[in-house]
Design a protein. Structure first.
Length: 432
């Protein structure tokens, strides 16, 4: 490809990325900051172009490159000083965005992997700028305890995790401190992302949203909460069924993501059954959505959906202990009693927990202690047992109409999972 063509292609990319950020800023200025004149569509496009040309023309001439960079930084600082004198309440978001746009132009000018970095930074920057109000609402909704737990956990992750020994200890060489804590970080991170989603979108987004995002954190907690609520509000039937089925379906997605991160080879056996159960759960939830005769509740509060911050150290340590115990129990059962012992461990563990036993099976398959087929069967037993367990929780704790329909729906989801698991291995499923 001619060098001239590549130059104009990169030049257009720099203009596009800068213009995209400038478009968001101009839209925001027109709504909330009429006094602010810096950082519109044309300005940001020119800033990105300026950075692109500064790299391409002057990067090999350090003095000129520093001179052009300093000139731009001086312009931005002067713009902020003048604007802040006119409006004392003006923030520095647009000026900071201008610095990033200049760096985006530099990265595009660098070419190669720099273009990928520039694209990612552009997307992240646009998202941060666009979601101004939701981010502010999230900051106000975040309690002191949650903030403290999060900061404490992050500190422990970045200080403790790199220092933990990455070797096996104990009977059967089953306990690896680094791997155990890494799994804790992974599971808590998935939960925290969903928790942030609920906080960002607010507590009054209805049973469906609470059910799905809550299910990514703890589908059992959602089942207990919604079941109790349905007994208090017996006029609402289909909305609670809808939320409960979404929570159960979210659990399958969570398991798939966990397996994908820890041991992707298991996806060949698990992808079709877990996707089939997910789609079946969504289909049943959709059916009850269209069958509703009562209005869907939009006043579900976080107090009614009692999900604690997943980044509490006590919760993380508790999960680490449960995971270690189940990991030892699973390997001991497999060594002492073969497949039957492993599957019985999965069955009994699955009645009250999914994450710890799923990760245990995945870990044993990864280090070669059990075959991928045994691990996949164990994971299927875990998720199906847990699904049925949530059905019986709803049957006994929810209103009669909600509980019976949820149990029958959960049974159907499990049957669909088993049926899809019978598809031959050649099609990427799990052959029983």
């Amino acid at each position: 490809m001619p060098e001239t063509f590549l130059f104009f292609q990169d030049l257009g990319l720099a203009l596009l990325m800068g213009g995209l950020i400038g478009l968001e800023r101009e839209r925001n200025h027109g709504q909330t900051e009429p006094v602010h004149a810096f950082g519109g569509l044309r300005t940001m496009a020119l800033v990105s172009l300026y950075g692109f040309l500064a790299y391409r023309l002057f990067f090999d001439h350090l003095f000129l490159f520093v001179l052009f960079t300093a000139a731009y930084f001086s312009l931005v600082i002067a713009s902020y000083v003048i604007s802040s004198l006119q409006n004392k309440n003006l923030g520095a978001t647009t000026e900071l965005a201008g610095f990033f746009v200049y760096m985006i132009g530099l990265l595009v000018g660098r070419g190669g992997v720099g273009e990928l970095y520039a694209t990612v930074i552009t997307l992240v920057l646009v998202l941060i700028l666009y979601f101004k109000q939701p981010l502010h609402r999230f900051a106000h909704r975040l309690g002191k305890t949650e903030l403290y737990d999060t900061l404490k956990f992050i500190a422990v992750v970045f200080v403790i995790l790199p220092l933990l020994p990455n070797r096996s200890y104990g009977p059967l060489d089953i306990f690896n401190p680094y791997e155990v804590w890494f799994v804790v970080v992974l599971i808590c991170s998935i939960s925290f992302a969903s928790y942030v989603g609920i906080k960002l979108l607010g507590p009054k987004k209805g049973i469906g949203l609470g059910g799905f995002l809550g299910g990514l954190i703890s589908s059992t907690a959602v089942t207990l909460s919604f079941s109790a609520l349905s007994k208090k509000s017996q006029k609402l039937v289909n909305p609670f069924i809808f939320g409960l089925l979404l929570a159960a379906s979210a659990m399958f997605i969570r398991v798939l993501f966990t397996v994908l991160v820890l041991h992707p080879a298991l996806l060949e056996q698990l992808l079709i059954p877990l996707l089939a159960m997910t789609l079946c759960g969504f289909a049943l939830a959709t059916y009850f959505w269209f069958q509703k005769k009562e209005p869907f509740s939009d006043v579900l509060s976080l107090q009614e959906l009692p999900l604690k911050s997943p980044f509490q150290l006590s919760t993380a340590i508790q999960f680490a202990l449960i995971f270690s115990v189940l990991l030892f129990a699973s390997k001991f059962a497999a060594v002492s009693f073969g497949e039957l012992g492993l599957y019985l461990t999965a069955f009994f563990s699955g009645t009250f927990d999914v994450d710890a036993i799923t990760v245990s099976m995945t870990h044993l398959a990864q280090d070669g202690s059990i075959s991928n087929s045994m691990a996949a069967m164990g994971v299927l037993i875990v998720v199906m047992t847990n699904t049925l367990s949530k059905g019986f929780i709803a049957l006994f704790l929810a209103s009669r109409q909600v509980g019976l329909r949820v149990l029958l729906s959960m049974i159907l989801v499990v049957l669909v999972g088993w049926a899809s698991a019978l598809i031959p291995v050649s099609y990427g499923a799990f052959a029983l």
